[in-house]
Design a protein around this ligand. Sequence first.
Ligand code: FE
Ligand code: ZN
Length: 510
Amino acid sequence: MIKELMSDLRVKALMTKIFMQGVQISPEFLNILLKNEDTAVKILEDILKKLSTMENKPLIITPEFISDLSRKEEIDVKNLAEEITIVFEPTEHILRTPLSKDFREYFISRYKKLRKILLSERYDARGAINIQDLSNKKTMEALENKIKIICIVSEKRAGKNMITFNVEDLTGEITVLVTAKNAELLQKAQNIIPNEVICVEGILIDERKMLATDILQPEIPKQVNNVYEKGNGPDIYAVLISDLHIGSRFFMRYAFNKFLLWLNGLFGDAKLKSFAKRIKYVVIAGDIVDGIGIYPGQEKELAIKDLKKQYEVAAYYLSQIPQHIKIIIVPGNHDATRQALPSTTLYKEYAAPLYKLSNVIIMGDPAYIRLHKSLFLVTHGKSLDDIMVNIANLKYETPAKAMIELLKRRHLAPVYGGRTLIAPEEEDLMVIEKIPNVFHAGHVHTFEYEYYKGVTVVNSGTWQEQTEYMRNMGIHPNKAKAVLINLNNNSVQAVINFEEELECGEDQAV
Ligand code: FE
Ligand code: ZN
């Protein structure tokens, strides 16, 4: 491939010119050139132009160097039309369809949706048969007892050297054994949790039992849209935040005021101000207010003890965000919404002042929203508590890794019967049917971002100091951070820290 690229004489000549200035090219940057053959000449020309103006030339051209190049062109976000499409949000669906008596239909829907994902997106799950066919001798003989089934885990028993699953599909049930003979698989099996839909490959022992040779999760295919590749548009930013907890005594109002000043172009050094000029959206992943009666003793931690008042104050803060910035809100468990997932949009009865703001869009949880070309999946992330408990090696300090576990399962609340309440909807709306470019959650009050197979995964922390409740839970919050997403390539452009100790003018971007 490199040969092909270099066979373009113009590319070769331009590269030579770069080398002659004593500047090297990083392998990552070469990758970008290879992937953008059509525009390679233009990229190299831009780099040369830039190098000619630089006194201190860089030693090596990295992907960041080209993203810096395009940052220079000024855009006017104030006059730029917003491009917002609500692709999915569950409120209407929740209000329209009555709940089922039990969870039967809900789990059938979960199974069917995830089965479809496994069959259509994973070639290695193809050829899966129904559990009832396992008792068909002829079929089994033809397959030499090597089988593949797509099933939901109904029970898991973990012993020292063996893990046993009871699994079922729409036609029957069977026991799956994973033994220590296959250490790698045993490790995989440790992370499989009840009510997860998986594909099991293995050998039939008898009609009721099979020995697993592999386990496949739905997963996400690697996205073509790599975060290092630039789109064609200008750099426009969306800011991700969550868990403001307005109304709590611990809401960090000084930090939040700095954030508001920054959005208005009135806070920060030149670099921060240049970021602010490109912001078109603020996305809030829930817990706008602290709510009332969320946990025992919360009363003592409240500055405002009236839910409507809390939203009034929240609206007062958010009204200070400039009009040309659209504010996108998804509710959290502290907000006025249905507590069981999926959740409706904020109840108008309580959150009326927010609805009065003309630049606010309020949706239910989960929400898929397209901002320009980027598809965002925004959820509060209530189920992260359960994921942390059920999967080994996950910690509150690394919430994005827990979110990746949701992507692997293609489900936003895979654990049933834990702390996450799920409503018995006829259709499982928590299945991740569409793969987003950006996956944004909050709830755990810790911050982390990761890139997973081309998806930008962000948990945006909190704007609340550590409360007593959290101290008891052993959670050390990551506070007052704004995560800047560049909509041109869905990468995290910067994480800006507005914590009180930081002085104005300091370089706070990391
Ligand atoms: Fe919260
Ligand atoms: Zn929460």
